[in-house]
Design a protein around this ligand. Structure first.
Ligand SMILES: Nc1ncnc2c1ncn2[C@@H]1O[C@H](COP(=O)(O)OP(=O)(O)OP(=O)(O)O)[C@@H](O)[C@H]1O
Length: 574
């Protein structure tokens, strides 16, 4: 919590001024019943119109000054809360950006989105309310009680009994409803998650005709939320009749005791009205206070979720080496074992491999055999559990992230593009690249036809939804090539391309002048068979290394893969 308060400290001036102005407004409010008493006793009773107008004017003045104080307080409270929210949002975003793939896997992206958006909003509105009410409400409750004593001690004793009773009712209702509110939030979270999954998977739902089932599931979750909210609503609704019964009895007691005092000549009618007004103010403030405490509780729960992310220590820290001398072996794996957190068994076991500069390495194996895991260790998307991965003979953990990754062009299995223009997307590879360089990279990536059709200024919609799978893959390859990297990793990134385009792509990459080390991950033997060496992975271990011809002779796993695809392709041709 202390960490979050730092962000409020940056808005120190506003955070002090907001409650101060609210306090001034409350101070003025406490005088209103006294002025009313004066109007009744000195103006109306004495039929003195001048006096009524004079005090009436004072009331208007008090209201106007109070309004000005209140607006000023609202302004500062909003400014402090929004400023804190903005600071928090940037800090959280920066923190999330610093997370490694393992951290993101561990936390889950949907909860990070909720924390970055609705949790921060909740904290923001909590801070806004606290700044306005945490001084004002207790001040009015105690102030009104003290003012009541200054009006009439005997009648004020009724307040001494009423306030604790009212407090007990209000705070009991609050204590009962807070855990229920937490349940409501959790139910809301589930509904949000379901909505998000449904929107993301809308096409799959249609394809499997699961709309009715999904509608029914959503209706169930919604029904549960409605029942919970109604229950919470009923409990909260109990507060009003109960408190009004107490307050009405207290008002009755004030009027009866006051009436007797008026009759005896010890109290004026105006003062009785003032006492009734103080009683009403106390009730209103107690209800506000209860709502404030509920909001504080909700905000604290959200603040805790935000803080969990902010104080999380990253599972990987970067080194400080910026450049290394080119060495004989460009990429080395030394007895590398990789196990994902929470997994029962390693995804890679005892991998040792030395790759020379300029070599093209094909990586093949069944699904889940560890191909992506192997290449993801080179740009340090994950750290090896044991063993070392080296680039230019330097452990990847010793490089700064930026300097390690600027040597490597990665095309991930899932082609991700961002909304904007094609040019903006390609420039991610190298911000300084000229249009000619972008076009040249696109030609190599076999994306020339896309550019001819759409141009560099062609729009890419959210998630590249206006492009086909193959078009997206070719643009992501072009983006990696724009960087002109020393190491190029294509992780099954030509899976949506037809055989001819795939072959043309490999040929164009090989023909580029640069002595580039290439890792080609694929499930298709045809994509990797021309590589200098092929690594066959089987259940996380190397089952064979060699050329296509060597492996066909010596490696049973490779033979099996090749034969299964050869037969399949043969049968297609028939
Ligand atoms: N982020 C992750 N967290 C936990 N386990 C993972 C993660 N990514 C992969 N795995 C597991 O590690 C193993 C190897 O996965 P990997 O993605 O490297 O296989 P692959 O050979 O690339 O498969 P495919 O060809 O299907 O993409 C699998 O058992 C997979 O379930």
């Amino acid at each position: 919590m202390r960490k979050l308060l730092c962000y409020l400290k940056q808005e120190r001036k506003e955070a002090i001024l907001a409650p101060l102005f609210k306090l001034l407004e409350a101070l003025l409010e406490l005088f209103v019943p006294l002025v009313m008493a004066k109007i009744i006793d000195d103006g109306i009773a004495a039929k003195d119109t001048g006096m009524v107008l004079q005090y009436g004017g004072l009331l208007v003045l008090l209201a106007a000054i109070g309004l000005a104080f209140s607006i000023t307080a609202q302004y500062y409270a909003a400014k402090a809360a929004v400023g804190m929210g903005a600071g928090l949002r940037s800090a959280l975003f920066r923190k999330i950006e610093s997370f490694s793939f393992s951290d993101l896997d561990d936390l889950g992206t949907s909860t990070l989105i909720t924390r970055l958006t609705s949790d921060i909003n909740q904290v923001q509105s909590g801070v806004n309310l606290v700044l306005r009410l945490f001084l004002r409400s207790p001040f009015i409750v105690f102030g009104a009680m003290i003012m009541a004593f200054t009006v009439d001690v005997k009648a004020a004793l009724i307040f001494v009994v009423t306030i604790p009773v009212l407090s007990v009712i209000v705070f009991t209702v609050m204590l009962v409803s807070i855990p229920l509110f937490r349940k409501v939030q959790a139910a809301l979270d589930r509904i949000l998650l379901r909505t998000k999954e449904n929107l993301a998977g809308a096409r799959v739902i249609r394809a499997f005709a699961k709309e009715d089932e999904e509608n029914a599931n959503f209706a169930n979750e919604n029904e549960y939320l409605i029942r919970l909210q109604l229950f919470v609503g009923r409990i909260s609704a109990l507060m009003n009749p109960l408190t009004y019964i107490v307050i009405n009895f207290a008002v009755l007691a004030v009027i009866m005791a006051g009436g007797r005092e008026v009759y005896l000549g010890h109290l004026t009618q105006g003062k009785v009205i003032a006492l009734v007004n103080y009683m009403a103010s106390i009730l209103v403030e107690l209800v506000k206070l209860a709502n404030l405490i509920i909001t504080i509780n909700k905000s604290l729960a959200c603040a805790k979720r935000i803080e969990e992310v902010l104080v999380r220590t990253e599972s990987m820290t970067e080194g400080d080496i910026m450049q290394a001398q080119p060495s004989e072996y460009h990429v080395e794996f030394c007895d590398v074992t990789m196990q994902y957190p929470g997994s029962a068994k390693p995804a890679l076991t005892n991998i040792s491999l030395q790759v020379k500069r300029g070599e093209t390495i094909g990586i093949i194996g069944g699904t889940g055999s560890g191909k992506s895991t192997l290449v993801n260790l080179i740009p340090r998307f994950y750290d090896a559990y044991s063993g070392t991965v080296r680039v230019n003979h330097v452990d990847v953990r010793e490089y700064t992230y930026a300097h390690l990754r600027e040597q490597i062009g990665v095309v991930l299995q899932k082609a991700v593009l961002f909304s904007g223009t094609i040019r903006e997307n390609l420039l991610w590879g190298n911000e300084q690249a000229s249009d000619e360089e972008l076009m040249a990279a696109s030609e190599v990536a076999q994306a020339g036809d896309i550019l001819a059709q759409k141009g560099l200024d062609g729009r890419v919609e959210e998630g590249g939804k206006n492009l086909s799978g193959g078009q997206k893959q070719r643009l992501t390859i072009a983006r990696a090539l724009v960087r002109n990297p020393d190491i190029l990793i294509l992780d099954d990134s030509a899976s949506a391309l037809d055989f001819a385009t795939d072959a043309a792509l490999r040929k164009a990459i090989a023909q580029q002048g640069k002595k580039r080390t290439v890792f080609l991950v694929s499930q298709r033997t045809s994509s990797i068979m021309h590589a200098d060496r092929i690594i066959v992975l089987d259940d996380g271990a190397i089952a064979g290394i060699g050329t296509h011809e060597q492996l066909l002779k010596e490696c049973a796993v490779y033979q099996e893969i090749y034969m299964s695809q050869f037969k399949k392709e043969g049968s297609h041709e028939k």
